[in-house]
Ligand binder design. Structure first.
Ligand code: ADP
Ligand code: MG
Length: 604
């Protein structure tokens, strides 16, 4: 390190040290390197970008494009700080149309890695190779490569051990890189993207014409079927993309992608507008999934507020808020849940005439479960009541009749359904208003839990096994736990590198979208390693099964179905919350009703 001597305590840092410090801001991990390099390839007008990494990018990252390339002088300049072809005057900073503009990425990355750049401008035949370790002692040579640019970054942070320590495991870094490539692919559908990890192709998104097609490539059919398209244009700008239908909102924020002028960003104004638009459509504790592309006049957007350009600021944020809210509200209010939930076919607005799966709910016969509650487990909070009906295991039932006599007296008169969501019934002498989803969810959960604790989960093979495509990091996570899932009655088989098929499911669950279930389970599984007790691991998983397998809000139900749900819930001891803690019912005793209506109990 060379320091400039001064008389006092303060001295200027050398170029070498200051660029290493600056590197820490924009390049905090392998995924950030990938992002900067892919941004450069996109700015260079590439139609094909290949990202090849080793060990989650910790060992090497190589990004190859077929863009405009650079002549030798430009390439040498590009590796110096604040060298950019994208800004010529400071005015441009307020009218950005390129992804890069600071002229910092290449020198920053080079200063903390073993860095090689190969490039050839279109129409020329001799390419250039530049090489440096830690950003010093640059060498340059002729090199023959196809037109375009390739940047190779090896041993990131080899000279800043402090930073290297903060890198996560290869699989975590890999999943962040997958996400980065996926985000780039989403906003640049006409560019072909490939991702290769340790020599294996893990993603391949050939060029397509529209966002919708790319969306389909990235997220697959099932997710697309559950989304509503958004298309909006006004004086403020343009907004397009996809949002989850209110019935497919999630327990996590796992799919929330926002792009402003094609840049993936986080922005509180827009998130707030989206949640406000969902308002009454969103059950408590649920989150919408969205992939939204907002296009605004670049003069309205300040990108220069975050080192990695992940955050932006708007000059008129209230205008943007209003536009987003309006754009999201429209498809939500036009969406007709009853049709989706009651019809067996529903051509999706933008997937053409694809058939939706039948969402008819079949209430499985309890006797099919063969769950035998064990009275010795009465202490367990989850074993509340046995499930036998008169027809089941006569001896067992009579043996326990005295212990569980309440259920024998259950008298349920179904009175109807409100908004296809709440059941109304007279239960013995009480009036109940019951949330059909949470009640059924609780019943399924209790049954699954009992069956699991007794290792007797009955499964049912799917006639048509359902294929599910997952991004590589999720695929690896799922593959790790296939045998655990089997103990819960879910048989999933790997099928190719990132495809899986669901072969059988717990018999007691109704039909459901298995890709949703898998998504929920992946959330649960991602926390498995941090939980010690097996029971604590399994509980949320079974809750996810129950939630996905239960009748959804918005589904019309017949009187016999209402009666069965209420009976089943009653047999579980009328628990008042679902496994996620939401309320199941309001109960009014006869006394209470009489009191409310000022009726004297004795006068009749
Ligand atoms: P910025 O992108 O902010 O301009 P970078 O350090 O990322 O800064 O890149 C410096 C310059 O190098 C760019 O302005 C561009 O002219 C050139 N460059 C970088 N990567 C490529 C590439 N893949 N193809 C062509 N030119 C590139
Ligand atoms: Mg750049």
């Amino acid at each position: 390190m060379t320091e400039i001597a001064t008389h006092g305590k303060i001295h200027l840092l050398s170029e070498e040290i200051s660029s290493r410090i600056a590197a820490g801001e924009a390049v905090e991990r392998p995924a950030a390197v990938v992002k900067e390099l892919v941004d450069n390839s996109l700015d260079a007008g590439s139609s094909m970008i290949t990202v090849a990494i080793e060990e989650g990018g910790r060992r090497s990252i190589r990004v190859t494009d077929n863009g405009e390339g650079m002549c030798r002088e430009d390439a040498q300049l590009a590796c110096q700080r604040f060298a950019t072809s994208k800004l010529t005057s400071d005015q441009d900073l307020f009218q950005l149309t390129s992804l890069g503009f600071r002229g910092e990425a290449l020198p920053s990355i080079a200063s903390v890695s073993k860095f090689r750049l190969l490039t050839l401008p279109r129409g020329e035949c001799i390419g250039t190779e530049l090489y440096a370790e830690g950003g010093i002692n640059w060498t340059s040579a002729d090199h023959s490569i196809p037109a375009g640019t390739q940047v190779e970054v090896r041993e990131l942070f080899f000279n800043t051990p402090g930073r290297q320590k903060f890198l996560k495991s290869a699989s975590t870094e890999f999943s962040k890189i997958c996400h980065t490539v996926q985000q780039a692919a989403l906003s640049w559908p006409t560019t072909h993207f490939r991702l290769i990890h340790n020599g294996h192709a893990v993603a391949d998104f050939p060029a397509v014409l529209s966002c919708a097609d790319r969306f389909l490539q990235v997220y697959g059919n099932r997710f697309c079927e559950q989304s509503l398209p958004v298309n909006h244009e006004s004086g403020e700008g343009k907004l397009e993309g996809f949002i989850s239908s209110p019935y497919h909102c999630r327990t996590t924020r796992s799919i929330q992608e926002l792009f402003v002028n094609r840049r993936p960003v986080k922005n509180a104004t827009i998130s707030h507008a989206i949640y406000e638009a969902y308002e009454s459509f969103l059950p408590k504790g649920r989150h919408p999934a969205f992939i939204l592309f907002v296009d605004l006049d670049p003069a309205m957007v300040d990108v220069n507020v975050h080192p990695a350009k992940r955050e932006i600021r708007f000059t008129h944020s209230h205008l943007v808020h209003g536009m987003v809210k309006q754009a999201i509200r429209r498809p939500l209010s036009q969406h007709q849940p009853d049709r989706e939930h009651a019809c067996s076919t529903n051509p999706h607005p933008w997937l053409g005439k694809q058939e939706m799966r039948s969402s008819q709910i079949v209430f499985p016969d309890v006797s099919a479960m063969m769950v035998q509650a064990d009275p010795s487990q009465k202490d367990s909070p989850f074993v509340i009541r046995p499930l036998e009906r008169e027809s089941d295991h006569k001896s067992l039932a009579s043996e326990r009749a005295s212990v569980y006599s309440v259920e024998q007296d259950l008298d349920v008169v179904p009175l109807g359904q409100v908004h296809h969501t709440f059941l109304v019934a007279q239960v013995n002498t009480e009036l109940h208003i019951i949330d059909q989803h949470t009640a059924h969810e609780r019943v399924l959960f209790e049954r699954l839990w009992r069956a699991w604790t007794q290792q007797s989960v009955q499964t049912q093979a799917l006639l048509i096994p359902e294929p599910i495509d997952l991004p590589p990091h999720e695929g690896d996570l799922l593959a790790e736990y296939l045998s655990d899932l089997l103990t819960m009655g879910l048989e999933v088989e790997r099928f190719g590198t990132h495809s899986f098929v669901v072969r059988s499911v717990p018999a007691m669950l109704g039909p459901m979208t298995y890709s949703n279930l898998i998504q929920e389970l992946l959330q649960d599984l991602s926390e498995w390693k941090s939980v010690n007790s097996l029971e604590k691991k399994v509980r949320p998983m079974l809750a996810s099964f129950a939630c996905q397998g239960a009748v959804q809000a918005g589904r019309a139900m017949t009187d016999p179905e209402i009666k069965q749900v209420v009976m089943d819930w009653g047999r579980e001891g009328f628990p008042m919350t679902c496994p996620h803690g939401r309320r199941i019912a309001l109960r009014f005793s006869l006394n209470e009703l009489q009191r409310i209506f000022g009726r004297d109990p004795k006068s009749g």
